[in-house]
Design a protein around this ligand. Structure first.
Ligand code: AMP
Length: 187
C-alpha cells in the first residue's frame, strides 16, 4: 500500500506519517527531511537549498522529483511508501502518478489533514522551540502558508475526486487523528 499525507504546513503530516510507518511498516518519504539532510551535509546543493527553504520558497521540481525518483524505483520499498510533503504542486502530483505507474504502483490512500491558519501559526510557533527549524519563524510561516494556498492547494482539486481521498480534521489530538487514519486503512 502507498499513502499520501497532504495538507498545509503545520497540519501534522510528519507526525501522522511517523505513526502510520510504525503501525503498517511503511517507508516514510518526507521531501522536507530529505532537503534538510542535504543542508546538513553542507553540499553545494545544500547551501542553495538553505537559502530557498529559510525564505519559505519551494525547492525546484527538478531537485525534488529526482530525490523521490530514487526511492520509488527501489524494489525493497515497493508498495510500502508514505509520502509526506510531496506532492506540493500539480506538476509534482502528475509526476508522482507517472513514477508510480512506471513501476507498477499506485496511490492507495490520500489523507488531507485540514487545519485552519490560526492553528497552523500556533503550532509552528511551538515547533520552533522544539525543533529549531530555520523556516519556523512568523514571517516564513506566513510566506509558506501563502505558497501553500497558491501552489499546493490546487492539488486538492486534483485528488479530491478520487475514491481513495479522505479529508480528516487535523485540528484535534494526535492520537485521535491517528486512529481515524488507521480505521480507514484497515476498513
Ligand atoms: P516540510 O518539512 O514538509 O514542512 O518542508 C520544509 C520546506 O522544504 C518547504 O517549506 C519547502 O521549502 C521545502 N520542500 C519540502 N517538500 C517540498 C516539495 N515537495 N517541493 C518543493 N519544496 C519542498
Amino acid at each position: 500500500m502507498n499513502v499520501v499525507i497532504f495538507g498545509p504546513p503545520g497540519a501534522g503530516k510528519g507526525t501522522q506519517a511517523q505513526n502510520i510507518v510504525k503501525k503498517f511498516n511503511l517507508h516514510q518519504v518526507s521531501t522536507g527531511e530529505l532537503l534538510r539532510t542535504e543542508i546538513k551535509n553542507k553540499s553545494e546543493l545544500g547551501k542553495e537549498l538553505e537559502e530557498i527553504i529559510s525564505k519559505g520558497d519551494f525547492a525546484t521540481d527538478d531537485i525534488v522529483n529526482k530525490l523521490i525518483e530514487n526511492i520509488i524505483s527501489d524494489p525493497q520499498k515497493k508498495n510500502k511508501l508514505i509520502f509526506d510533503g510531496y506532492p506540493r504542486s500539480l506538476s509534482q502530483a502528475k509526476n508522482l502518478d507517472l513514477l508510480l505507474d512506471s513501476s507498477g504502483q499506485k496511490i492507495d490512500f490520500i489523507f488531507f489533514l485540514n487545519v485552519n491558519k490560526d492553528t497552523i501559526i500556533k503550532r509552528i510557533e511551538k515547533r520552533k522551540i522544539l525543533e529549531k527549524r530555520s523556516d519556523d519563524n512568523l514571517n516564513t510561516i506566513l510566506k509558506r502558508y501563502d505558497t501553500y494556498m497558491e501552489t499546493t492547494r490546487p492539488v486538492l482539486d486534483f485528488y479530491s475526486k478520487n475514491s481513495n481521498f479522505y479529508e480528516i480534521d487535523g485540528s484535534g489530538k494526535i492520537e485521535a487523528i491517528s486512529s481515524k487514519i488507521e480505521q480507514i486503512i484497515t476498513l
